[in-house]
Write a new protein. Structure first.
Length: 273
């Protein structure tokens, strides 16, 4: 039976041990209370959605219609205003997944487990969009849809890690065991992040090196760079809003399921009496 624990933890998750609640754990577990999380996220979510709509409403038209074509890539450069933010979110989101998994394993934070569970389908989606838009860009620029380049291959591995985590946490009847196995996979898979980032520096790859985050001045002209950054901000806010909304829905689903189970038990006990 799924019930709420006396310390406010989510139903279906184990309460943390006193040792796990020491120092940093005590602060983190303040937000394990489902009511507190729902109240706080309910205030934040509309602002996230509004900011995402505003940023994308400015950034996408600016990037797709008003920014100039690149002198080498021509109009094809416009694809990068979606491709680059998706690549950043694929890596940054997985770093967040690894951090959340570490928190869940060390402090047994139930919301960290749930957030990681809801994060992985969104992360897999943005990674798939990164691969798809990169392939669309590569066809006119490289003359092929795909090459087994170090950067492309490592991002493909990242995509499979996202899918593996999403499948693994849902593969067990015991959600706590699934979350633990998924957390271990996420932490092991984090070793792929430096490979993705530095593959263009470590190997002679077809993929170009960093153009925006390199040390010194970015290689992009300001007329292309600024709408790219606005698009990246908008997609990041949308990513965060989607993950937060999915986590809220998952918390509410567990609360409803726990209440239904408790009501069924009370009815059964009353009938037996």
């Amino acid at each position: 039976m799924e019930t709420f624990t006396s310390d406010g933890a989510l139903p279906g998750t184990a309460a943390a041990s006193p040792a796990a609640r020491g120092r940093g754990g005590a602060r983190l577990h303040r937000f394990a209370n489902p009511g507190r999380f729902l109240r706080l996220s309910g205030r934040v979510l509309p602002w996230l959605i509004g900011a995402a709509v505003l940023a994308l409403g400015v950034g996408l038209p600016w990037a797709l219609f008003f920014s100039p074509p690149d002198w080498q890539q021509g109009e094809t450069v416009r694809i990068l205003h979606v491709h680059v933010p998706m690549a950043w979110l694929a890596m940054g989101g997985y770093a967040g997944l690894a951090i959340g998994s570490f928190v869940a394993l060390v402090w047994r934070h139930p919301l960290a487990d749930l957030a990681c569970r809801e994060l992985s389908p969104v992360g897999a989606t943005v990674t798939a969009l990164c691969l798809a838009t990169g392939s669309i860009w590569g066809r006119p620029m490289w003359g092929t849809w795909w090459v087994w380049d170090a950067r492309l291959t490592s991002v493909l591995v990242l995509f499979f890690l996202w899918l593996g985590h999403a499948a693994l946490v849902r593969a067990f009847e015991d959600p706590e065991r699934g979350a633990r196995m998924g957390a271990i996979l996420a932490l092991v898979g984090a070793v792929n992040l430096p490979v993705v980032k530095f593959s263009v520096d470590w190997w002679n790859t077809l993929h170009q090196p960093a153009s925006v985050t390199r040390i010194g001045a970015p290689a992009l002209h300001a007329d292309i760079l600024y709408p790219l950054l606005v698009c990246a901000l908008g997609f990041t806010l949308a990513f965060a809003a989607l993950v937060l909304a999915r986590t809220r829905a998952a918390v509410m689903e567990r609360r409803v399921r726990a209440l239904q189970t408790a009501a069924a038990w009370r009815a059964e006990a009353g009938g037996a009496a």
